[in-house]
Design a binder for this molecule. Structure first.
Ligand code: NAD
Length: 326
């Protein structure tokens, strides 16, 4: 299956959360295609630094706003029609689940509804960044899109999992009721430059600890697994979904599944660090295993991840070394 490029030079794209880790890489890719991009962000977890290189770009506008309050329609860049609305705004790291629970619920629910309404008004394609967390602590492995998941609706992770599930339900309701052109991508663990060193996710945590010569803190026994995807592979998958007419949900990530213990050891080796691995208490409802079934992404989008983990990790380590040095 080859998906032809649908969005390019003559198109205006709204990216919510555009100053965040994944969204800022997406913004770069859209700009490289010739699109005009408006990023909206309230910088709750993102940073202007991530898009600072685009500050004077004629096809890029950064608007500061909380999308849970609705879009600032009076802003000239927002007032003009969009061809696609890509909703990526949401705090997404486990530490955010504890420190920003209400913000996460609001951006998954209220913001999604506001943006869907705007997509209907603009007759835009609406793309939702959902998550592998929609599967909760899965009892089906690898996770296939038809699996409905195993989520604790009142647990510490539920603010994120259930907000994204609500966002998926809303997206499908607008598709069925309004005939809106939508796409839902379920993103699996993604890493790369521009992650926050202190965001609590395994890869930036291990890299920062290794570079500082501190112990690498693995939760529990470290036997729990994740499949790690370098950000450029994810962005390519998201763009394939954008260009397609697929509704999804479609998984995006890699099948490279590693245990947290292996990941810590690999990062210690790649950084040349003498840090030891230390084991700390595991957080509640932490999924035991996670790996996407990518059959649908391959069949419908022609998606194939390309970056080997050692390469992606090396590039990320280099980025963090420069940041810590500067
Ligand atoms: P991130 O925190 O770096 O990016 C999210 C951005 O959204 C930040 O810039 C933040 O300031 C902004 N934001 C949050 N709430 C907002 C609001 N109310 N109004 C305006 N802006 C707001 O996180 P990320 O890892 O880049 O994640 C981006 C998206 O991808 C999220 O929707 C996340 O759920 C999804 N996702 C990411 C991963 C991953 O492994 N990185 C996995 C699954 C899903």
């Amino acid at each position: 299956m080859v998906v032809a490029q649908r969005f390019g030079a003559e198109h205006r794209i709204l990216v919510t959360g555009g100053a965040g880790f994944v969204p800022s890489h997406l913004v770069d890719a859209l700009i490289a295609r010739g699109c005009t991009v408006v990023a909206v962000d309230n910088f709750v977890t993102g940073s202007k630094e991530n898009v600072a290189h685009l500050a004077d770009h004629p096809r890029f506008t950064l608007v500061e706003a909380d999308v849970s309050e609705g879009l600032p329609e009076h802003h000239p860049a927002i007032a003009e029609r969009f061809d696609a609305i890509m909703h990526l705004a949401s705090p997404a790291s486990p530490t955010d689940f504890a420190s920003l629970p209400i913000e996460i619920l609001r951006v998954g629910s209220l913001a999604t509804l506001h943006l869907l309404d705007r997509a209907v008004a603009d007759r835009a394609r609406f793309l939702l960044a959902s998550t592998s967390e929609a599967y909760g602590d899965p009892q089906v492995h690898p996770q296939v899109e038809t699996y409905w998941g195993n989520v604790n609706p009142i647990g510490v992770r539920s603010v994120y999992d259930e907000a994204k599930r609500f966002a998926e339900a809303s997206t499908m309701a607008y598709h069925r009721y309004h005939g809106l052109d939508v796409g839902i991508v379920r993103i699996f663990n993604t890493y790369g430059p521009r992650m926050r060193p202190d965001d609590g996710r395994a890869i930036p945590t291990f890299i920062t600890q290794a570079l500082r010569g501190e112990p690498l803190t693995v939760h529990g026994t470290g036997s729990q697994t994740r499949s790690i995807c370098y950000v450029s592979d994810l962005v390519r998958g998201i763009l394939l979904l954008l260009d397609s007419t697929e509704t999804g949900p479609i998984n995006c990530g890699t099948e490279h599944e590693v245990s947290m213990r292996e990941l810590a050891e690999t990062i210690a080796a790649l950084t040349g660090s003498r840090s030891q691995v230390s084991y700390i208490t595991r957080t509640a409802d932490d999924p035991e295993m996670r790996r996407p079934d990518l059959t649908l992404a391959r069949e419908r989008l022609g998606y194939e991840p390309e970056v080997a983990p050692a390469d992606g990790l090396r590039r990320t380590i280099e980025h963090f070394s420069q940041r810590l040095a500067g």
